[in-house]
Write a protein that binds this ligand. Structure first.
Ligand code: NDP
Length: 446
């Protein structure tokens, strides 16, 4: 049995109840065979065995009371996966589906994504099985305060700097930051995604979506495709989906769908800026459902319980959650003339979907490269906090754009160097891995 197979077997046997984590590990390790052949020193240093084991896993009780005085107990997590390159960095997810398996998968992916940004940040992730849907602001605040009451002992601006993810936006970051500040008596850049005016960076809210579109543009350029007039199907309607849509409009794309966990909307003539502004207000302020768009606007069809991948398009951008685009759906996209799929969400395409895309010759932008703009801009927020400085919108946006171009270039070059030109998934895994593996080697067996 080869080195990679041995490590995969150990991961599967150690935690048989973590299938999504196994999926993420397998996806990375299987890309690395040509690197490990060329660099036997990584096996001697036990790099893979150490990479797949988080440095630290923190699990804790989060008790809180609802508006009627009822007591609830959720579970909190922080997985500090790898800090070879810098303080642990990665989002917090609040969603009922959160369990250790999901947090480990996200934390593992984050190691390589953060490396690709070339900022000094390690990989981590956290969250809770708390569901903010339908909760009042006061309930969300009490939950966030209770969550931070435990988490604050494990994080710090040079230790671990969490950010948002599904279910954690500006409101939740504000409540958690307030509690951290109260408990530690210090104002420091311990969370990113803060509001502008008290430590936040301009462009951070937009960064993941904008960055995904900058990355997509590089992918399309390489294939001689111009995005102007191309139909884009987008899933989700949260932070990433909203700003992918905004940047797609800036670049001349036609966005024909959005979705939430209830279903999707089809907008054959494309979402315009007025409709997008209305959707942002619906989702961010009124916290409503995507179905309401069809009630408010003519020419919009709501498709209950359906994902958008059967809608004809040239470009698909899954921006909701993991494993939301399967092999059959990828085939439907390809059959309808889709030329590129770029992952705004983390691991939204199943391995079967990725195989279909690679076989068909469609472009594929993997999450750990394509959506790295969010964490890259979080690192820019950390720099601004550390220097007590604020940069302009243009300054941050320009840095984001050049980081995304560099992420694409590194991934494309690594794919070519290791004999698989055009396979950006393999290239991103290899480029990210090499940065982390070399740092781990330099730092000894720790
Ligand atoms: P939000 O909470 O803002 O939005 C999530 C969207 O996805 C909502 O429309 C939600 O619908 C939908 N969704 C969530 N879970 C499911 C599900 N199980 N099935 C169908 N739809 C679902 O999150 P973000 O936009 O921040 O995150 C989206 C993805 O992007 C995640 O994979 C996240 O890890 C990734 N990401 C986010 C970054 C960021 O900066 N925010 C950075 C990098 C990656 P509903 O409202 O009905 O739940």
């Amino acid at each position: 049995m080869g080195y990679i197979e041995q490590v995969l077997e150990r991961v599967n046997n150690r935690d048989p109840d973590q299938p999504v984590f196994h999926q993420a590990v397998e996806e990375v390790l299987e890309s690395l065979a040509p690197v490990l052949d060329r660099h036997p020193e990584f096996e001697r240093a036990g790099i893979l065995e150490r990479l797949v084991e988080p440095e630290r896993v923190i699990m804790f009780r989060v008790p809180w009371t609802d508006d009627d005085g009822g007591v609830h107990v959720n579970r909190g997590f922080r997985v500090q996966f790898n800090n070879a390159l810098g303080p642990y960095k990665g989002g917090l997810r609040f969603h009922p589906s959160v369990r250790l398996d999901i947090v480990k998968f996200l934390g593992f992916e984050q190691i390589f994504k953060n490396a690709l940004t070339t900022r000094p940040i390690g990989g981590g992730k956290g969250g809770s099985d708390f569901d903010p849907k339908g909760r009042s602001d006061a309930e969300v605040m009490r939950f966030c305060q209770s969550f931070m009451t435990e988490l604050h002992r494990h994080i710090g601006p040079n230790v671990d700097v969490p950010a948002g993810d599904i279910g954690v936006g500006g409101r939740e970051i504000g409540f958690m930051y307030g509690q951290y500040k109260r408990l530690t008596r210090s104002w420091e850049g311990v969370l990113t995604g803060k509001a502008y005016g008290w430590g936040g960076s301009l462009i951070r809210p937009e960064a993941t979506g904008y960055g995904t579109m900058y990355f997509l543009r590089e992918l399309l350029n390489d294939r001689g495709v111009d995005i102007t007039g191309k139909r884009c199907t987008i899933s989700g309607s949260g932070n990433v989906a909203q700003f992918c849509t905004e940047k797609a409009l800036d670049l001349g794309g036609v966005v024909v769908s959005l979705s939430d966990s209830g279903g999707s909307i089809h907008v054959p003539n494309g979402i315009d800026r007025d409709m997008l502004a209305w959707i942002m207000e619906l989702k961010n302020d009124r916290r409503g459902r995507i179905s309401e768009v069809a009630e408010r606007f003519d020419g919009v069809t709501y498709r209950e319980g359906q994902r958008p991948w059967d809608i004809p398009c040239e470009i698909a951008l899954p921006c909701a959650t993991q494993n939301e685009l399967d092999g059959d759906e990828a085939q439907a996209l390809v059959d309808n003339g889709c030329v590129a799929v770029c992952e705004g969400a983390n691991m939204p395409c199943t391995p079967e979907a990725v195989a279909v895309l690679h076989k068909s010759g469609a472009g594929f932008g993997p999450a750990k490269a394509a959506n790295a703009g969010g964490v890259a801009t979080s690192a820019l927020e950390m720099t601004q906090n550390a220097t007590f400085d604020n940069w302009t919108r243009t300054e941050v946006d320009n840095k984001l754009e050049s980081i995304m171009k560099a992420v694409y270039k590194q991934s494309a070059e690594a794919a070519e160097e290791y004999g698989d030109k055009g396979n950006i998934q393999r290239g991103a895994n290899i480029a990210g891995f090499l940065l982390v593996a070399r740092a781990m080697q330099d730092q000894g067996v720790v």
